[in-house]
Design a protein around this ligand. Structure first.
Ligand SMILES: CCCCCCCCCCCCC/C=C/[C@@H](O)[C@H](COP(=O)(O)O)NC(=O)CCCCC
Ligand SMILES: Nc1ncnc2c1ncn2[C@@H]1O[C@H](COP(=O)(O)OP(=O)(O)O)[C@@H](O)[C@H]1O
Ligand SMILES: [Ca+2]
Length: 566
């Protein structure tokens, strides 16, 4: 491949060493001319030999600025920067380049490198040329609308934004309008009706998955409303949202951030926003009959995760620990729920949920998964009673399958749902933007087996390799709880049944003589509960876009001598 023409080449100092520094439209690079030797006073700039080199893609440069001469001074026991005094030794004009540096575990850091120039004119020429190249990166955001949930996670959202994110946005010359939310659904309602979205290149959410869900609901509803699309119709093809969303993780699970970037780190996310990354994401719409309920991007869970969520909401004051306490309690209660799951398996997809390869940056499965219209397909229902061999219609395209059974958990995940609690996620091979969701059915089994299954979310073993677990990649599915199969009228109102109270009450649920337990669970949808248990779900391919690029393959680390943290 032909190299792009060089824009600048100069011999400059970096920490008293001499470097050949080059810039073309793709790469900014510096190569030490004589390693491990300081430039002797009065020596020529042109007598040094080539040695170790460093390079940064132009698209990963954050900013360039003229460097005011500063020195580190100790005052009252603390080091701080002060301008050089005229008596201090002469330092030539300098410029600093801020750029993305990859650290461990998919974390990005903003590094800087400062070059001293022999004259003022050359320094200005470098600054101007780099700025011109950055100006050409038109996909980078310049104006952002930021929503901060001050109560998400450990209630650190505001501090995280002010201390870690705002300074890098300002370094990258991004202007922001910041709204600290005052109530639940404040961000959603503002986006739906009030926000002047034309003013912005992106919306940033500082909070957890629940807060992100608010932003998603606001933007999707606004887009459908502007396009005249009826969200209540389950068969509608939804219009994708143009504006990208950035997530600064400050919540309890942070799975959407983790599964799209590979880390729940505010600085990493801020840098992905600044460089203008774009990652399309699938969204599931959830309906009850012809009524729209919610959108789901991460986990739509019935049984274990639904019960866990209900319990954890009462413990919100505990912060993220609430999920561990409620997780243990829900595990002990060991509820199973009867019902019927019908689903439309994907037959034309490149991937499967049992694949060993993962959805990563530039994923070919996501790029090549075609978009099938969602109109009703041929329906051929077959019943598969538990314990019997299932007879499937192999080779038959777009056939609905029906599974009636007793389930400990029914989970639908449109992405892996990797998070710090489960670094590989609920469905490790799920794809961010292939237009499908992975439907995981955990049939009734013993507590010990269920624990084995749960533990596998935290280690390298395959969590689907159990006789009581099945996983299907689907475009659509439906669920009908058993108690509503006979009388579908029951579900015309939201479920308001009283649940068994307390841990003991829940454990008694399996005892036939005890009538204190509910016949159904509650759906948890990205951390919110749904008012109905009978639902229809459709996956919508690439409905929203994030400032992310998918998880990058692990980089090779190299020592960046002469480079310091920003
Ligand atoms: C014995 C060890 C068992 C460990 C099992 C761990 C499996 C964890 C999988 C977690 C998947 C999380 C999917 C994401 C869900 C979020 O949308 C939702 C709301 O998040 P937030 O707004 O940030 O609070 N979080 C949950 O539903 C919590 C799931 C907690 C699981 C322990
Ligand atoms: N100012 C606020 N007061 C109360 N609740 C809020 C506020 N702003 C947002 N929320 C709600 O808080 C819930 C949890 O937010 P989130 O940031 O996801 O934290 P967590 O990850 O801890 O659940 C979301 O459902 C969101 O609607
Ligand atoms: Ca998907």
């Amino acid at each position: 491949m032909e190299k792009p023409p060089r824009l600048l080449l100069s011999r400059l100092w970096l920490q008293n060493r001499v470097y050949d520094v080059t810039l073309n439209s793709v790469v900014f690079a510096w190569k030490e001319t004589e390693p491990n030797k300081k430039r002797p006073p009065g020596s020529s700039w042109n007598t040094c030999k080539a040695a170790g080199s460093h390079s940064v893609p132009v698209c990963e440069i954050i900013a360039v600025q003229e460097t005011a001469e500063e020195v580190q001074k100790k005052n009252a026991g603390k080091w701080h920067r002060v301008p050089r005094s005229p008596e201090e030794s002469y330092q030539p004009p300098a410029f600093t380049v801020f750029y993305v540096d990859r650290s461990r575990q998919h974390r990005w850091r903003c590094r800087s490198v400062t070059f001293h120039c022999p004259d003022w004119g050359l320094c200005q020429q470098w600054i101007q040329t780099i700025e011109e190249q950055l100006f050409l990166l038109t996909y980078r955001p310049k104006r952002l609308l930021v929503y901060i949930n001050p109560f998400g996670g450990k209630q650190q959202g505001k501090r995280i934004y002010d201390q870690k994110v705002a300074p890098i946005f300002s370094r990258a010359s991004i202007s922001t309008d910041v709204i600290v939310t005052e109530r639940a659904n404040h961000a959603r309602d503002h986006l739906k009706t009030d926000a002047d979205l034309k003013k912005y290149d992106g919306v940033v959410c500082v909070g957890g998955d629940g807060m992100f869900s608010e932003i998603v609901h606001g933007l999707i509803s606004r887009t459908q409303c502007d396009s005249g699309v009826d969200q209540n119709c389950p068969e509608e093809t939804l219009v994708p949202c143009d504006i990208r969303i950035g997530i600064i993780p400050a919540g309890s699970t942070d799975c959407i951030c983790y599964a799209t970037v590979g880390a729940n780190d505010p600085v990493t996310s801020a840098l992905h926003i600044i460089v203008g990354d774009s990652q399309p994401i699938d969204v599931c719409s959830v309906h009850h009959n012809n009524t729209f309920l919610r959108y789901s991007v991460s986990l739509l869970g019935y049984g274990f995760y639904g019960d866990l969520l209900i319990d954890s909401e009462r413990k919100r004051w505990m912060g993220p620990t609430r999920y561990d306490i409620s997780g243990a309690k829900t595990f002990l209660s060991h509820h199973y729920y009867e019902g019927t799951v019908s689903f439309l398996p994907v037959t034309d997809n490149v991937g499967s949920p049992r694949d060993k390869f993962r959805c990563r940056s530039g994923c070919h499965v996501c790029q090549h998964s075609g978009h099938l219209p969602l109109e009703e397909k041929q329906i051929c229902e077959q019943e598969e009673e538990e314990g019997e061999d299932s007879v499937s219609e192999i080779g038959h395209k777009d056939v609905w399958r029906v599974i009636r059974g007793k389930f400990l958990a029914i989970n639908a995940v449109s992405m892996s749902c990797a998070c710090p609690r489960s670094p590989k996620g609920l469905s490790p091979a799920a794809h961010l933007s292939d237009g499908t969701t992975d439907l995981i059915l955990v049939h009734k089994c013993s507590r010990v087996n269920f624990l084995r299954h749960l533990l596998r979310h935290t280690n390298k073993k395959d969590q689907f390799d159990h006789s009581f677990v099945e996983v299907h990649r689907v475009r659509r599915f439906r669920f009908m709880p058993k108690h509503q199969e006979v009388d579908s009228e029951v579900d015309s109102e939201p479920d308001l049944r009283e649940r068994g109270k307390g841990l003991f009450g829940q454990i008694c649920r399996d005892h036939p003589a005890c009538d204190c337990a509910p016949a159904h669970s509650t759906w948890s949808c990205d951390g919110e509960t749904l008012p109905h248990t009978a639902i229809q779900v459709s996956a919508h391919r690439q409905l929203i876009k994030l400032f992310a690029r998918g998880i990058e393959e692990q980089p090779v680390f190299e020592d960046s001598t002469g480079v310091c943290s920003a």
